[in-house]
Design a protein around this ligand. Sequence first.
Ligand SMILES: Nc1ncnc2c1ncn2[C@@H]1O[C@H](COP(=O)(O)OP(=O)(O)OP(=O)(O)O)[C@@H](O)[C@H]1O
Length: 242
Amino acid sequence: MTTILKLDAVCKAFGAVKVADDLSYEVAEGEALGVIGPNGAGKTSMFNLITGTLAPNSGRVIFAGNDVTSHNAARRCHAGIARSFQVPQPFSHMTVFENAMVAATQAAGLREHAAERFCIEVLEQTGLLAKANTTAGSLTLLERKRLELTRALCAKPKLLLLDEIAGGLTEAECVSLIRTIKDIHAVGVTIIWIEHVVHALLEVVDRLIVIDFGRLIAEGEPHAIMDSPEVKEIYLGIEADA
Ligand SMILES: Nc1ncnc2c1ncn2[C@@H]1O[C@H](COP(=O)(O)OP(=O)(O)OP(=O)(O)O)[C@@H](O)[C@H]1O
């Protein structure tokens, strides 16, 4: 098993609010790791610490064997870390294809025909090829989520971070998105997926971690984690002895 990502005793606080409190865990290459936890637990902040938009107060982020703690977000992106945002952030006035091309050229460093060919390939994979010439601002929510995936994949990531990508979708849309994410995982992309739609997570991830007040409070096989009384109490608000 090769470790692709390691968080080593990462701490980050905003005033009195600890968003990462001695956070340590590892992710294996090719793994799909799910992340759950209450609102405000520090899950998105953890992604910001991994991608480099947030600097830790202490601790280290190791990616593909290199200490990237001092590397900025652009450098980490070039190294192979890409993310989708909880609220889709496309260039709304540009087409789907143009959005993909920005990622393929700026993040993956591809040029001209190679970039175009790669974007077509990714749009096929994410189910958006038919919308290639549509402006991003006129897409449905599911399509915007698919565009988030497209933009992240066009950066040619080794590690893909998904932030609540299933949120707000209908059940049928969720099923269709799960299929796409499974396909992406099947070709070897390592995934860390923060999600409140737990059944979607359980269909994809190999392992689950639970974050509360910036601390890792549970880690293990997804169904066992969801069944644990501690997680039910902290995450679902059900008292352990109820
Ligand atoms: N830049 C910042 N400055 C100050 N406080 C922040 C900042 N970013 C996040 N926080 C606070 O840190 C806490 C954790 O936020 P974060 O978005 O990481 O939680 P989360 O687990 O992703 O929540 P959710 O499930 O609601 O998306 C929240 O109380 C939030 O208000």
